[in-house]
Design a protein around this ligand. Sequence first.
Ligand code: ASP
Length: 453
Amino acid sequence: MKVVKFGGSSLASGKQLEKVFNIVISDPERKVVVVSAPGKRYPKDTKVTDLLIECAEMCLEQREPKEQFHTLIERYAAIADEIGLSGEIISEIREDLTKRLGADKSNPERYMDLLKAFGEDNNAKLVAAFFRHKGIEASYVDPKEAGLFVSDEPGNAQVLSESYERLYALHERPGILVFPGFFGYSKEGDVYTFSRSGSDITGAILANALKADLYENFTDVDAVYAVNPNLIETPKEIKELTFREMRELSYAGFSVLHDEALVPAFRAGIPVHIKNTNNPNAHGTRIVADRDNTNGPVIGVASDEGFCSVYVSKYLMNREIGFGRKLLHILEDFGLSYEHTPSGIDDLSVILRENQLNPEKETAIIDRIKTELHADEVKFEHSLALIMVVGEGMRHNIGTMARASKALAKAKVNIEMINQGSSEVSMMFGVKEIDEVKAVKAIYDEFFAAVPV
Ligand code: ASP
């Protein structure tokens, strides 16, 4: 049995819904269909979820979202019209939106989640109605009644473990089950959403709960590419990669699949297959627990910007017990989460996401480190990008680091920092943001240019 998830662009129009229908019925094992809200039809289009957020914000400011309301209903009405559904379903959708907009606003974040969840909830109803219209047995599943319970963290809900057992009972339901992605219910019965793009998470939870053989994730690209396709023309497609490799790549900007969605699938050992709704015959990318290593040391190169480092230097730091802990404690006091801590004998750098900081905080941090830890030098370095070079094959190949750093030297990229060894499947380079693209291209060329696609 397979759980199949379709992303927003796969459900953005009636034409796309036809493709979804054909994909689902072409394989009798595709039993559970998880849907996103309608996404973009063209690059400048607005996603339904973004329209809903705008609506909620306006209502919270006591403004009437007249235009947005109309646009939202129009989005669903246009799809329904295209696939030949009657106006009845649109009346129900309108009624639901009106009800949600008028709901209790005493907790603004909870109100926001109730609005955001409208997109997937009503799309699941629409898709189920469409399948029935086509003569297929299909039903909408209400996550509350099916038992998808989540924590009460607005916009960042986590699944509660008891959900898995409850959701298993979905096996007993006949026909195709259309399940809305992106949200669940707290024990108090309120709607809470996962973080953005969270329908991927719903699909993975259901695959785990139902002990599926495969979790298929349909999106709008043929495969996960070895590098950002906006940087390199026709990059190599990755046919198969492990959960660990995918995790490392998505950390540094590979956004094909939500990184939290890997966890439920990984725990249950269920392979994930990323496929293209617009080209379902393409091979796609499989994410698996283990793979045969036939591709050389590197499977992909990713990069992300917006990092900075706090560099701390103190003579004889290596002999001082507790130095690292005290330093991290200071950062914790400022509510900062850190990414990496490369260290030397008398030096330690802590890499942080820059968006957590401001000049006042930085001055206060430097002061505390200097006075409490008696450091010789403390400074912030800004505008760093991290380049992740990822591959299981790295473990068994000699000279991967040498090749990567030589490629950077040849491209005249100065390496600010290297982190290697803490993960067996990746190495990380810190470079200045202005060198990011140059660095990624140089490393990609080194490992992939000569390899036939
Ligand atoms: N519709 C939600 C979003 O845009 C969730 C999803 O599509 O997965 O973030």
